[in-house]
Design a protein around this ligand. Sequence first.
Ligand SMILES: *[C@@H]1O[C@H](CO)[C@@H](O)[C@H](O)[C@H]1NC(C)=O
Ligand SMILES: *[C@@H]1O[C@H](CO)[C@@H](O)[C@H](O)[C@H]1NC(C)=O
Ligand SMILES: *[C@@H]1O[C@H](CO)[C@@H](O)[C@H](O)[C@H]1NC(C)=O
Ligand SMILES: *[C@@H]1O[C@H](CO)[C@@H](O)[C@H](O)[C@H]1NC(C)=O
Ligand SMILES: [Cu+2]
Length: 389
Amino acid sequence: MMLTTLSDALLIMKGILVAVTAALSVQAAQVAFHFSQADIDSGAALASLSKTAYDNAMSRLGKNGCTKETVRVRKEWRKMTVDERIAYRKAIECLMEQKSLYNSTIAPGARTLWDDFGVLHYLQTPMTHYSATFLLWHRYFNQVLEDNMRDKCGYKGVVSYWEWGLDCGNVDQSPLFDGSESSLGSNGEYIGAHRSVAGFGAQGGTGGGCLKAGPFANYTVNIGPVGSAHPLAYNPRCIKRDLNAQICAKWVSLRNTTDPILNSKNVEIFQAVLQADGRYAEARNLGMAVHGGGHYTISGDPGGDFYFSPLEPGFYLHHGGIDRMHFIWQNLDWENRQTIAGTRTMYNQPPSANATLDDVQDMAPLGGQKTLRELMDTVGGTPFCYVYE
Ligand SMILES: *[C@@H]1O[C@H](CO)[C@@H](O)[C@H](O)[C@H]1NC(C)=O
Ligand SMILES: *[C@@H]1O[C@H](CO)[C@@H](O)[C@H](O)[C@H]1NC(C)=O
Ligand SMILES: *[C@@H]1O[C@H](CO)[C@@H](O)[C@H](O)[C@H]1NC(C)=O
Ligand SMILES: *[C@@H]1O[C@H](CO)[C@@H](O)[C@H](O)[C@H]1NC(C)=O
Ligand SMILES: [Cu+2]
């Protein structure tokens, strides 16, 4: 059903003239696109922008061993075959069975390598959200997941992304969360209406309790939540989800994910708009915005936990979607879009210096150390060699 919608959109695109004018001025390049509101709402515009970005990135191949032969193509979850999705899910289950690498003094509750992704994100959250590193740190984090899936669990595939807007009509039936063998498990048990979620007038979703069926239904979350007295202490419990179509439609619709790509003149505005960063006029009144909207379309525990959400298997598909938006935005005007903006701390609290491209992002014990400069180009070859389809 969704495939039909997407291929319809692609067919429609063939008849559309996309005007791209890159005019250099002293300030910055102007990139102008002309799409109708209908094309923005249907995803036809996003499909076109995605294709342009893909072509532009592919035309840069050849650096540091990142070539046509080695480039990995990240596909939307439903574009992967059933076997590919099952292999992805099994690699995640495998990480959940490997031993934690953290020193038990630092993370006494961490039992597994999967837990370590939650610990690492928890420890670095104050530097990597509403700061200069938000986009590139999470880009790297997803690659570190893929590297661990491949190195520790023999995974042969690549990571994926979620085009949220394809599922806003019925998130429960999303191929990500329909409870099938090729999903990441089901919604949570319905625990009744009128729960409060993260504000902005949104109502509770269609679940709220422990996963009902399918993958991860019997999985035990070991650490968190962030509000507990000792967030890194052992605290075994089920995964809960509260899938929420209302949040999806209000903040991560196809329009919501196309607009920031079309309208953000620099990375400072782009990252502010994705996170509804209230320090910027352009980003005020966006409610949850795309970043929060995708997280709270899943909701629950640990999915709705700002610090421990990487323990929710859907996290990486959501952040894959964010990274894909960044990839598209960058590649529509590559020459001018290899920049960062902002300081090293969340909302600049405590006050910190502007980040620089030489700042190192440290993924120990799960991965290596890379400068922001190295994280800028997904086909730069050190460490990345991927594009989004
Ligand atoms: C664990 O970390 C603590 C605190 O940083 C340190 O004192 C201790 O030596 C570390 N233990 C190991 C085995 O690395
Ligand atoms: C979860 O555990 C129960 C009880 O051991 C079992 O019946 C069920 O099949 C398991 N479900 C999955 C998805 O593994
Ligand atoms: C998101 O898009 C929907 C239409 O798909 C629109 O009604 C809503 O206002 C948009 N939200 C924001 C924050 O722009
Ligand atoms: C930090 O960056 C901003 C723009 O992002 C700039 O206006 C400001 O001057 C910079 N501050 C310093 C101390 O370099
Ligand atoms: Cu994060």
